[in-house]
Design a protein around this ligand. Sequence first.
Ligand code: ADP
Length: 611
Amino acid sequence: MVIKQKRLFWQILLVHLAILLLTILVVSWFSFRTFNDFYLAEKGFDLENRANLLKARVVELLLDNDQFRLRKLVVDAGRSSGTRITIIEPDGLVIADTNENPEEMDNHRTRPEIDTAFSGVPGKSLRFSNTLGQRMLYTAIPLYAGENHGDERGDTEVVIAVLRMSVPLTTIDGALADIRARIVTGALLAVAGSLILTFLVSRSISRPLEEMTRGAEQYAQGDFSGRMLHSTKTLASKEIASLASAMDQMADQLNNTITTIVNQRNQLETVFSSMVEAVIAVDREERIISINDATAQLFGIDRKGSQGRLVQEVIRNITLQEQIERILTTGKAFEDEIVLEDSGNGDTYLHTNVVPMHGGNAEILGALIVLNDVTRVRKLENLRSEFVANVSHELRTPITSIRGYVETLLDGALAEREDAEEFLQIVLRQSEQLEEIIDDLLALSRIEREAKDGQIDFEQMPLKSILEEAVEICQPKAEENDIELLLDCPDDLQVDINPTLLEHAVVNLLHNGITYSEAGQEVVVMAGVMETSGIQKVRISVKDRGIGVAKEHLPRLFERFYRSDRARSRKEGGTGLGLAIVKHIVQAHGGRVEVESAVGKGSVFHIILDS
Ligand code: ADP
């Protein structure tokens, strides 16, 4: 860039200089020529006038044939006027000359000025004289016999001689050299002056342009702090100043536009980064343009490092690759699914929304893939359908049984009174079982709904009273099974609870304790305050020494309809929902449930609440 600016400066300077020199050269040459011609013409006239002044006297002496006086006149007049005077006869012989002896001189008849003069008109010539060895100006006039009388000449009058005056050109050359020297001096002064002016003009044009170029370079680097009008003001012409002002305006606008774009980009970037959905933008070559934090987290990849790399290099998933290929070939948006196989916590299900990215002229520039983690929804869906299947199964068993016995009765068993009564007892038990299942299901959904809607009321009250109530409720069943129920709870232990629900939970645990113990054993309800990591909690534990639960069942024990000992549960009329209800009640209280158990040694179920 700098080289170009200098070139502009030199360009202007050299062009100006060339024009100047050419002009001066032409003007000098013309003026010199004009002076030269004028000077020679003047000198010619002067010589002719001098000849005319002398001619009467010369004719007189010629006519008198007074050679001596003629030669004296020619010598004296010539020397006194610094002019060489020559008289030539019609045959070309020189009869008198200021400088030379006429006898020794050549025949002059063919000299151009003399030839012209003999034809009757004054002749002039400028040439090199061999005699004198220098350039001479010659003027010759014809002499007539009647010249001395001042008579009118007739056409027929004969030229008797020619009077020639000549001066060496050295004197003229000297004068012309002087004029030339002046012209050259003037021209040199003009060149010097113009050179200075041209230099200033060139600089005044190139300097602001250099400044503007520097400014424009700064703009190109994104620095809009400088202003051109200010920096170019001192030297700039009106046009350059308006260009600078226009560029300043452009810089202002660019600055505003860039600031707006940067702000918008930052906003978009914030939205993009904080999106819960994983987003991948790829170009037509399947290279990653950008991914957001959610994508980086989902696939365990580096967000910045993945930019510009092929998507299959970064995310190794065939389905994703196929979907990207599909969108780039068809250009039609679609929805699909990707399953990321087992990453420790089971498969991850991703719902994909794949859309093309179009350029200005509708060509496909790339694609955008939005991935939504639907694993939870999927699991919930699975749970729901599993639950529906379980409920149907649980209800079907007693219904099938009832139907079987009723059909048997209708088929004639009614007649046998004993059988009929036994069958009807079974029908009754199965109906009660059905009712219990339905009651438990209703209870469960009510607790869930009320907990979700915040409709459960809590009150601060002594825990012991609740536990006593629960023990009392379970006492008949305990006695029936020959089980002793024991309670160990401090009198002053206050808790913030919903008494009905908590009692329901403890009753369920006691029921299980009684159900899964052997006759003669005891089931203990204990309550107290415990401290974990500096936080005080209230713990209610129901402990038995019954059959216990195998380790592999423990994680699923609180699921609906999950039974570790299906046969015994059925025999005892269990619904498989008791522990699920306990869990939901405790969760509604903001607490948690835990179980410790070993087969053959008994179990302890804990309800842990905030104190
Ligand atoms: P159920 O109505 O079948 O008792 P629950 O939800 O109350 O249903 O219990 C789920 C399963 O947990 C039971 O079927 C049983 O196998 C097991 N279980 C619960 N409590 C005990 C316990 N105190 N001792 C041994 N097993 C138990």
